[in-house]
Design a protein. Structure first.
Length: 164
């Protein structure tokens, strides 16, 4: 899933992609210059490299960067619709790609809660002068998050829960 980075930097809008392991609350964040399929695939491939566990499934919203199931070629009358590029990368890595129901962001509650915390504890308290600075500070914020104790993990950090 992604969220808009709230403030523009030199007039440019940026996008934060977010992945969360629901069992351990471990997450990975990255900022991109667009919300394209290319960026979504790049994020997924980066996630596969940095995650300390096998990614078995992903759940995304219905944005065009993740799916064509609700628009375009997939909905056409052709007998064999062409899979979306993001779906192809998922298939190549044996990852099941789930979609939330249209208009039901609460079905991805972990990401929605994470985005709210990012907004309150990071974006409202941090300034950036460049895209590189945004990416660096976002990486530091994510490291802090993964090393913060969570009530839902019985006082363990996501990194500790990941090692169990």
């Amino acid at each position: 899933m992604f969220k808009y980075v709230p403030d523009r930097i030199k007039g440019q809008r940026y996008y934060q992609f977010t992945a969360i392991d629901v069992a351990t609350r471990w997450r990975h964040l990255q900022a991109y210059e667009d919300e394209s399929t290319y960026s979504a695939i790049k994020f997924l491939k980066e996630l596969l490299r940095v995650a300390g566990f096998k990614i078995q499934s992903v759940k995304t919203d219905n944005g065009a960067c993740f799916t064509n199931r609700y628009n375009g070629y997939y909905r056409s009358d052709l007998p064999f619709p062409r899979p979306h590029a993001f779906d192809r990368v998922c298939q190549e890595n044996n990852i099941v790609h789930y979609l939330i129901d249209p208009g039901k962001p609460q079905q991805n509650a972990f990401v929605e809660r994470s985005h709210r915390e990012d907004q309150e504890k990071f974006y409202e308290q941090t300034q950036f002068r460049s895209f590189q600075e945004l990416r660096y500070k976002l990486k530091m914020w994510n490291m802090e998050y993964n090393n913060t104790k969570h009530c839902g993990l019985n006082g363990k950090t996501p990194n500790q829960a990941l090692r169990l």
